[in-house]
Write a protein that binds this ligand. Sequence first.
Ligand SMILES: NC(=O)c1ccc[n+]([C@@H]2O[C@H](COP(=O)([O-])OP(=O)(O)OC[C@H]3O[C@@H](n4cnc5c(N)ncnc54)[C@H](OP(=O)(O)O)[C@@H]3O)[C@@H](O)[C@H]2O)c1
Length: 154
Amino acid sequence: MEESKIVQYFEGKTIFITGATGYLAKIFLEKILRVQPKLKKLFLLIRAEDKRSAEQRLHEEVLNTELFRVLKEKYGADLCPFLLSKIIPVCGDVSYENLGISDSKLREEMWQEVDIIVNSAATTRFDERYILFGVGQFIFQEFPHELNNDMNYL
Ligand SMILES: NC(=O)c1ccc[n+]([C@@H]2O[C@H](COP(=O)([O-])OP(=O)(O)OC[C@H]3O[C@@H](n4cnc5c(N)ncnc54)[C@H](OP(=O)(O)O)[C@@H]3O)[C@@H](O)[C@H]2O)c1
């Protein structure tokens, strides 16, 4: 597929990314924000105690890294409002029921709005128990909205 068609495909789409603090997800996040600023929304699943800690991890481990330098140069002072308008950090853990997202209102909003799921949550420690090691693989999946009430879909 031509690159321009791929970029166009993401216009107006809402994407749910798990493993958002990880290597691959960060690269995907930076690229999609850079090449398709007209995407609608990004829900980023982050393991954290609460929303505030999730926001803190997002800033410290993702947005304030060298990877986002080009976006900073491109947007300057407008970067912060741009990111705030697109990104919603979500506190959760894929090994729990409902992905550990305790806020039912937020869950409902996500399940109504998400078009694409990028599952990048994984434990990549080779000394981890096998059952945990198998938790994730990098998966790109269009989300069928008719399944949006089935929280076990993932
Ligand atoms: N890196 C590559 O070159 C490559 C190539 C092909 C395929 N893959 C596959 O792509 C996936 C991601 O790889 P990666 O290199 O990006 O891994 P990574 O840097 O280790 O990132 C893993 C991410 O998953 C999160 N995570 C772990 N357990 C979780 C849980 N229970 N709930 C929610 N989030 C959880 C981690 O969060 P914390 O920060 O909280 O630990 C982290 O954000 C893996 O399945 C890997 O096998 C990677």
